[in-house]
Design a protein around this ligand. Structure first.
Ligand code: ARG
Length: 261
């Protein structure tokens, strides 16, 4: 009778483990699987590859300034870089949940974001610009009152557009989708970062960038709040790249070289 009971208990235990197999084995699986790899020597970068020249796709690869800077940092730390391409507004949640180690996405340093993440030293200056149709009457920020403005969801452009009096903000998943909507006359203007704007006008006929920049901002990488160890390591590597000219070299490769303006 006792034996039978023991057997029953062990059968039940095996059963329980079979039912929750996914949970039981997931720890080990994560490391051996290619899918969601995150081990000690892999540095996972969260980005949104819709933002040339900082990050964009070349076939299956994510390339651009951020990808190369991150690769150089990973090399310095002796780690393997893994890039995860996701929606822009998923980047900070990915970093705070530990799904990614850091975010690199032309991320503007803002006080609001600082409540959730820690920013590294900055590595680029940026502006928000206004894009309009070539024949548009909108000539500067003051003309945006009451207009339909397209932005990429969750970006600083989204925040600024929301501050414009009576403006109607149309949010797109990709910056270029906003530019296409502008071409089609669905919206009156796009507020977006200056460098991708320059790339997008090359691809979108009939669109221009207004001279008057909207705001000035700075980009940095983001790590989880309180992750001082990684923050320190990335800053050391980043500052080395600034000092030895490697950062300029990467930026020149994507920006200054073919842009005379
Ligand atoms: N600089 C802007 C921001 O931080 C836009 C960044 C968009 N980046 C991207 N990879 N789509 O909100």
């Amino acid at each position: 009778m006792v034996m039978k009971l023991k057997k029953l208990v062990s059968v039940l235990l095996v059963g329980a483990c079979v039912v929750s197999l996914a949970a039981c084995g997931s720890d080990k699986k994560e490391k051996s699987d290619d899918g969601d790899k995150k081990s000690k020597d892999t540095l996972v970068m969260a980005t949104n590859a819709e933002f040339p020249p900082y990050e964009f796709r070349d076939g299956d690869d994510v390339v651009g300034i951020d990808a190369e800077v991150a690769q150089a940092i990973a090399d310095k730390l002796g780690m393997e870089l893994k890039i995860e391409d996701m929606a822009f507004d998923s980047i900070i949640p990915a970093v705070t949940s530990g799904k990614a180690d850091f975010g690199a996405a032309g991320l503007t340093v803002t006080d609001e974001r600082k409540e959730n993440v820690d920013f590294t030293d900055t590595y680029a200056k940026a502006t928000q610009v206004i894009m309009v149709k070539e024949d548009s009457k909108v000539a500067g920020p003051d003309d945006l009152t009451g207009k339909k403005i397209g932005v990429q969801l969750g970006t600083t452009g989204d925040i600024y557009a929301g501050d414009i009096e009576d403006a109607e903000v149309e949010r797109y998943n990709k910056g270029f989708e906003a530019v296409q909507a502008l071409q089609q006359g669905k919206i009156d203007a796009v507020v977006i970062d200056g460098e991708p704007a320059k790339e997008f006008v090359k691809q979108a006929e009939g669109i221009k960038i207004l001279d008057e920049a909207f705001t000035e901002e700075e980009y940095a990488l983001a790590v989880d709040k309180g992750n001082e160890d990684l923050l320190g390591k990335i800053n050391d590597a980043l500052n080395e790249l600034k000092d030895n000219g490697k950062l300029d070299e990467i930026v020149d490769k994507y920006i200054n070289a073919d842009d005379a303006e």
